[in-house]
Design a protein around this ligand. Structure first.
Ligand SMILES: [Fe+2]
Length: 269
């Protein structure tokens, strides 16, 4: 089976193109490359209804199954009638959402997914926890602070996300596992340091709470997003994939078809 992997589409952030343009181009790429199942590692949009509509539209037009996990942006609650916790509930009721709902691909493979959450451990050690918890640096505010209203602090959320992931993996632990998170779980995908801004903001990129999961279970592929890299590497039998489309300003060309084709990674199972 040919599985497509993509992340961080941010379909509502292009200056000129509409979400429908993103749907159209992604469906085109799926058909051209004969992808049979698509995995999206979060950050489709800044609004949960739009994120849901995009998944529905791509599924309906491509006639393939989509599995996803929400990213931090998909939880933004400022322009909606719902809290971030209610938005999580909404996603968990969607068939396409992997959280609490591992997917059996066949007799020997399963897909498990969770947003994960950042636990501040990727920041440079020069910053105290109190300094990072302010989520403000050089006049810039980490936008999740303003747009997300989780009822608990980030490090606790990261622990809960890792525990939920273990619970889900336990259901399929006799199989090879494709693990998908939004938050980065391998430090090689953090922004390289020293870096003027990301020595601080790497705090909100990754987590160390998943480390034990790689030791304990048969993870073969680990997919993540969030950091807007496009990169793949292998380490100790695990292929780590970061296949972000990212914002228009980060693209190398002005051609969405070319950018989607470049970001979209495929796995053959
Ligand atoms: Fe993100």
């Amino acid at each position: 089976m040919k599985i497509g992997v993509i992340s961080d589409l941010h379909i509502d952030r292009h200056k000129r193109l509409t979400p429908e343009d993103y749907t159209h181009e992604l469906v085109n790429a799926i058909q051209k490359r004969k992808i049979e199942l698509l995995l999206i590692a979060g950050d489709i949009s800044n609004n949960y209804k739009l994120t849901h509509k995009f998944i529905y539209d791509v599924e309906t037009q491509s006639h393939i199954k989509i599995l996803f996990i929400p990213g931090n942006h998909d939880f933004w609650a400022t322009d909606t009638d719902a809290s971030s916790a209610e938005i999580l509930d909404y996603y968990m009721n969607m068939e396409a959402c992997l959280i609490g709902n591992p997917y059996h691909l066949n007799d020997s493979w399963a897909i498990v997914g969770n947003t994960g959450w950042y636990d501040y451990t990727y920041a440079s050690p020069e910053f105290s926890l109190e300094r990072i918890a302010r989520r403000k640096y050089y006049g810039a505010t980490w936008q999740d602070k303003v747009k997300i209203d989780w009822p608990m602090e980030d490090r606790k959320l990261s622990t809960i996300a890792a525990k939920q992931t273990i619970k889900d993996i336990e259901q399929v632990k006799h199989k090879h596992i494709i693990l998908m998170t939004h938050i980065v779980t391998h430090p090689r995908f953090a922004v390289p340091m020293p870096h003027r801004i990301f020595d601080y903001f790497n705090a909100f990129i990754g987590t160390s709470d998943f480390d034990a999961i790689y030791q304990q279970y048969d993870i073969r592929y680990s997919i993540m997003g969030h950091v807007h890299f496009r990169n793949v590497f292998e380490e100790q039998g695990i292929t780590y994939i970061c296949s972000c489309l990212g914002y228009q300003r980060e693209w190398r060309s002005d051609n969405i078809a070319q950018e989607i084709n470049h970001a979209l990674y495929t796995i053959n199972i």
